[in-house]
Design a binder for this molecule. Structure first.
Ligand code: ATP
Length: 357
């Protein structure tokens, strides 16, 4: 296995779009690193740079202790798994899995033996004689994975490999991949725009936006201490509420004239400062003395309701209603009380997290 290191890597397309902007990233040996971000943030380009399918304009890329900027893709000892499985339809599953060993001059009986070994690890033994068209989407994705594994690469690069699967299969395959990673101890760089996938699978997550690294950390760090407004608004389902708030004196913060945090802030900010208060939907209670909001939508998820309201400042407020009894209805006025211990603070000018408390 191997490390992957990007040092000050930039990639521009057509001399204009800065797809990757001065990126530093260290993936440890055996780590499951997820690149997470919205469409167009540059995550696939980072993967393609590591794979050698694109060349950086600036910076250095290393795999293990070798700088690979000038090394051909096929010499990089990596394997890629894509969203589309790209299996050969006319070949059996056994031949599909063993195929990458052909250019290495490995004879067919040995290729078949290796394919059978990897197929057993992935629960594909029973389908080895079938053709790809006779498999389910989940099985085909596992064949694609097997074909990557058979090469015993130093690094696996995966680009949204689960996005063609239905919701149930995606959850199952997610768990399979995590188990497999533990078993193989492989270095994996995994691209997704799905934050649940990232939070559940990653050792560490690199959150990207407009080609820039926004935060690098474990799932807990990203969720519990988002580094800026972008990460706060991107991670979480539904994401964190971001309310405009005012420091009224050096001892209290108010939203819409309602005090949501108090004396613990003495001396940290001066009166009149604008701050953004971040509150996760699960950290809001309905209480008579809370911030007012008008209910705009209600979603019944079975085990709970999601309630969306708008504050007088026009900020969105989403909260979870898990109580029994009738939930609020569209048009109702509600009063929302955030748990002061679960508030996050951001500077509206820089959008950075204010490390307090
Ligand atoms: P998605 O999730 O939609 O695949 P992404 O985060 O993987 O998005 P990239 O595919 O890396 O994003 O693209 C980053 C930016 O670079 C986008 O603005 C995209 O339009 C641009 N881009 C990517 N590939 C090329 C290319 N070959 N030529 C020109 N522009 C490109």
């Amino acid at each position: 296995m191997a490390t992957v290191k990007l040092a000050a890597v930039s990639k521009r397309f057509d001399g204009a779009t800065l797809a990757v902007d001065d990126l530093d990233l260290d993936v440890a040996d055996g780590e499951f690193m997820v690149l997470l971000g919205p469409s167009g943030c540059g995550k696939s380009t980072v993967l393609r740079l590591i794979a050698g399918l694109e060349r950086p304009d600036d910076g250095e890329i290393s795999i293990g202790d070798r700088v690979v900027n000038d090394v051909d893709a096929k010499e990089r000892d990596i394997a890629m798994v894509f969203q589309s499985y790209a299996l050969y339809p006319h070949m059996s599953i056994r031949r599909n899995i063993g195929f990458p060993l052909k250019p290495r001059g490995i004879a067919r009986p040995d290729r078949d033996k290796e394919a059978e070994r990897v197929a057993a690890q992935l629960g594909l033994t029973d389908v080895l004689d079938r053709k790809p068209g006779q498999l389910s989407g989940g099985q085909r994705q596992r064949v694609a994975l097997a074909r990557a594994m058979v090469r015993r690469p130093s690094v696996f690069l995966m680009d949204e490999p689960l996005s063609n699967l239905d919701a149930k299969l995606r959850i199952e395959t997610r768990a399979d991949l995590v188990g497999l990673h533990e078993q193989l101890d492989a270095t994996v760089v995994y691209v997704t725009h799905d934050q649940v996938e990232a939070l559940t699978m990653a050792d560490r997550i690199a959150v990207l936006d407009t080609g820039r690294l926004q935060q690098l950390g474990t799932s807990e760090e990203i969720y519990d201490r988002p580094a800026n407004l972008f990460v706060a608004g991107f991670v979480g389902t539904p994401p964190m509420n971001l309310w405009s708030a005012t420091v009224v004196d050096d001892a209290a913060v108010e939203v819409a004239g309602v005090r949501i945090a108090d004396a613990s802030f003495r001396g940290v900010w001066s009166g009149g400062s604008a701050v953004v208060a971040g509150i996760r939907p699960e950290a809001i209670e309905l209480a008579g003395d809370g911030v007012p909001g008008t209910v705009g939508w209600v979603e019944d998820l079975g085990h709970e309701h999601l309630i969306g309201a708008t504050t007088p400042a026009g900020d969105v407020a989403c909260l979870r209603w898990t109580e029994r009894g009738k939930p609020p209805r569209i048009g109702d006025e509600v009063y929302m009380r955030p748990d002061p211990a679960q508030l996050h603070w951001f500077d509206p000018a820089t959008s950075e997290r204010i490390p307090w408390p």
